[in-house]
Structures are given as structure tokens and as C-alpha cells.
Ligand binder design. Sequence first.
Ligand SMILES: NC(=O)c1ccc[n+]([C@@H]2O[C@H](COP(=O)([O-])OP(=O)(O)OC[C@H]3O[C@@H](n4cnc5c(N)ncnc54)[C@H](OP(=O)(O)O)[C@@H]3O)[C@@H](O)[C@H]2O)c1
Length: 350
Amino acid sequence: MAVVARGRCFPRAWLRRRAWQGCGREYRVAICTELKQPLAIEEVSPRSVRPHEVRVDVHFCGVNFADILICHGQYQEKPPLPFTPGMEFSGIVLETGADVSTVKQGDSVIGWSVLNCLAEECVIDEKTLWKIPEGVTLREAAALPITYGTAILALEHRACTQPGETVLVTAAAGATGLAVIDVATNVLQAKVIAAAGSEQKCRLAMQRGAHSSVNYSQGSLKEAVRKLVGNGGVNVVIDTVGGDVFLEALRSLAWEGRIVVVGFAGGTIASVPANLLLLRNISAMGMSWGQYRHKNFPLFSSILSSALQYCQQGRIRPHIGAEFKLEEVNDAFLHVIQRESTGKVLLSLK
Ligand SMILES: NC(=O)c1ccc[n+]([C@@H]2O[C@H](COP(=O)([O-])OP(=O)(O)OC[C@H]3O[C@@H](n4cnc5c(N)ncnc54)[C@H](OP(=O)(O)O)[C@@H]3O)[C@@H](O)[C@H]2O)c1
């Protein structure tokens, strides 16, 4: 499936950006040259680091549903073509700009960005790098920025999940889903009902700490949840699927329940029946992880530090379901979009 294209014709501005004088070596990146088409693998020349930037030798990068949406022109960010997708990575610092004070050459780090991470090297602002503490591997650290950032932000900051509360999570065996189970169960001491699209995925969610599970491909999610918790309902819903799954999850909420809209993996954006919110004093809220980078950076940064700390303390354990090489990036995308993936999907660059 991997498409390797060299010597293609790119806009002049982009070629200029790639030609950094004084450097003989090149590194490989995945490039989207046309929306909805397979990515290409290109060799590019490194550019110089600016004073606040850091060059990282990437060891692992996360493959996210949002990377696929960006390459299909269906994400809120619509970068001009061509671009290198990829929002997170782990690696080793190669070089630091003159003003960088938080990391040094040889440090193990994770990084977050909207683009450019599906590459063997990444140049990134020091603000969006976090040092990996001792005892956490580069592989598990690569699984943290987006999925655990999202899980912690949604459960702690948005839904204010309390110990003993019941959390219903949809697409529960997916990247975000398993992170939600991990954080809700092992950090917040909540009980999780895992809702997923197959028996196999339900089993995995249970193995990873869910209290009970529902296969929503087999009938009504709301009815299945009612059988588990009675008419009282669940306290918190974290939904990444949207459409009817969202509506059934909304109808499963208890008095003063909270539902957090995280994504629309199913492709349909539901409308919220406001009467349901009124009758049971329910709160429906959105959550966009990347926006916190701009709107509340201290919170964004502290959540990533917490994720690394929880991992170091052994309180959370990311589940990596599949690993691909850079040249297999299109297979990795297919694996996610065809609903075959469980947990985090990584590209291994070494
Ligand atoms: N708001 C944010 O900041 C934020 C952060 C992270 C992710 N997200 C969003 O959350 C969603 C899940 O992301 P993820 O990275 O955690 O993905 P993922 O769970 O690893 O994969 C998506 C899962 O969604 C379910 N799904 C239901 N209908 C689907 C369909 N028609 N096509 C594909 N999958 C379908 C599948 O699980 P089942 O088979 O079990 O249904 C699938 O495995 C995406 O929409 C993503 O953009 C948002």
C-alpha cells in the first residue's frame, strides 16, 4: 500500500523551504500531496532551527484519526498542500536553538503539533516538548500526548469525574477509548461501562479495566446500559462516535449527568434534544484538546506532565495495538479507518 514518490513537482515556495544550505543529509517524511489520496514518502533536507526551536530524532509517532481527517480535508485545520501530517511523537533531542533552556541534546522527549510529526525528524517549538521521565520508554510515551491528554482533559477538567461515579465511553477499545478506561479506572477510581462495536473489542476493554461492556452493534445502547445500571443512569459519557450512538448515550445519563463530545468517528454529527438536558439537569459539553494549546497553555502543559507522571508511577499503561514502519503509513491509516485498530497505532521510525 505504501506509495513512494520521489522527484515530484512541488510549489516553488515549498521547494525553497526544503533546500537548507550547508547540510548534506536528508531525512524521510510522509507527505500529503493530494487530499483523499495515499501519502507519499519523500526525502527532504533539514532546515535550520530558530532560537526557540528544537530538532528531534523521531523514534515513534502516533497515528490519529484526526491525521486521516486532515488528509481528507475533513478536519477543522485545512493546511495548504503539500503538507506532512502527524500530531505527536517521541524521540531524542538532536539540536537546540540558542534560546532553548528546557531540554538539551540527548534528552528523551514527547512532542505535540498539528502537523509535521510523521517524519524521521521534527523541528518544533520548545514549548510543545516535554521531557520523558526515567522509567518511561519512548514507545509508551509516544502513546500519551493526544489520547491521554484527551482522556485526562475530558474526564477531569470537563466532566469533573468523581471517585465512584459511572463513566460510559464509546469506541471503548480505540485509542481514546482505552485511555479513558485507564484514567477513569486507575487514576479517578470511577467505574467504566465500555461500549464498542464488536465482542472482541468489548473483551479487550474489560481486560483493560472496564467494569462492564456493551456491544452496540447488537442492539440499543440505551437499553443495554439500563440493564446494567437501572433507571438511574450513568454520571459521565465520553463520546467519540457521534450520531445515534451519541443520542443513545445521552439518553443513558443520570440526574446531573455530563456528556463530553470528543469526536464523530461514525461520520454523523447529532443535534442535542435540549428537552433532555432540561428534564434531568444534564450538561452537554464539547472538548477539543488542541484548542487548549492556544486558549489555556498552562492547563494543556500540566495535563501532559500529569500523563507522563502517571505513566512513570505505573498508574496508567498505554495499550499499543499495532506498529507500522514509515513506508507503511497508508496501511496504518487504513487499519484505523476500517475500524480494525485497538488502542494506539504507532509508526516506528527506527
Ligand atoms: N476532540 C479532541 O480533541 C479529540 C481528541 C482525540 C480524538 N478525537 C476524535 O475522536 C474520534 C476517535 O479518535 P481515536 O483516535 O480514538 O480513534 P479510534 O478509537 O482509534 O478509532 C475510531 C473508532 O471509532 C469507532 N467507529 C464508529 N463508527 C466508525 C466509522 N464509521 N468509521 C470508523 N470508526 C468508527 C470504531 O470503534 P468501534 O468499532 O468500537 O465502534 C473505531 O475503532 C475521532 O473522531 C477523533 O477525531 C477528538
